[in-house]
Design a protein around this ligand. Structure first.
Ligand SMILES: [Fe+2]
Length: 200
């Protein structure tokens, strides 16, 4: 497995953005920055690695725009290049809840081979704090700005609809946020400088 430096990751990202434009580009840059900021305050995570993972988590969007296919094409492309750890993030970022993935992309059904691959893959690993960090940061970044988890959840729900698994994924994301906040002894919103809305 090769290690991907920030410069090499930026090179790959730049080339990918020329293949397909879209909101994924600025979103990925914001996810990378949020991941770097949170990792900088974390006792064991490396901020360069966090940045690289954030930048390339949606690498598959340069090839395929659908939710299922961007996961698989990002994984395949980065595995082919020998960057297995970043390829892993292309898969894990879409599945905070790993106990059931059956209708997680309810508006685009899995093909059996896609389902089998993803299911076996995520069941064969324990999520690390890097997996969780990118799952979290994927929900803290629009293309234009950082956002509250809830804003991103509603944004995705309005674009794709919801299923019972949507709620399980939300529950996991709130747990992941709490997990990091306990380690950081700070709110992730403070760390990435979002001002929370005033109490109503
Ligand atoms: Fe994303």
């Amino acid at each position: 497995m090769k290690t991907l430096s920030r410069n090499k990751a930026l090179e790959l990202f730049e080339a990918a953005t020329k293949e397909k434009s879209g909101r994924w580009i600025k979103h990925s840059q914001n996810v990378a920055k949020a991941a770097e900021q949170i990792a900088s305050n974390h006792p064991t995570l490396d901020k360069e690695t966090a940045y690289v993972y954030g930048l390339l988590h949606d690498y598959g969007r340069s090839k395929e725009q659908t939710r299922i296919k961007h996961v698989l094409s990002g994984y395949e492309a980065l595995t082919r290049l020998g960057y297995d750890d970043v390829a892993r993030i292309c898969v894990t970022h879409s599945f905070p809840y790993k106990n059931d993935i059956g209708d997680v992309f309810h508006c685009e059904k899995f093909k059996q081979n896609e389902y089998d691959f993803i299911w076996k893959y995520i069941q064969s690993i324990e999520y690390t704090d890097y997996d969780k960090l990118i799952q979290l940061c994927d929900h803290l970044a629009f293309e234009s700005r950082y956002c509250l988890l809830e804003e991103r959840m509603v944004d995705i729900a309005m674009r794709y609809g919801v299923s019972p698994l949507t709620i399980e994924n939300w529950r996991c994301l709130f747990e992941i946020k709490a997990h990091f906040e306990q380690i950081l002894d700070n709110s992730v919103y403070n760390i990435i400088n979002i001002i929370p809305p005033p109490p109503s």
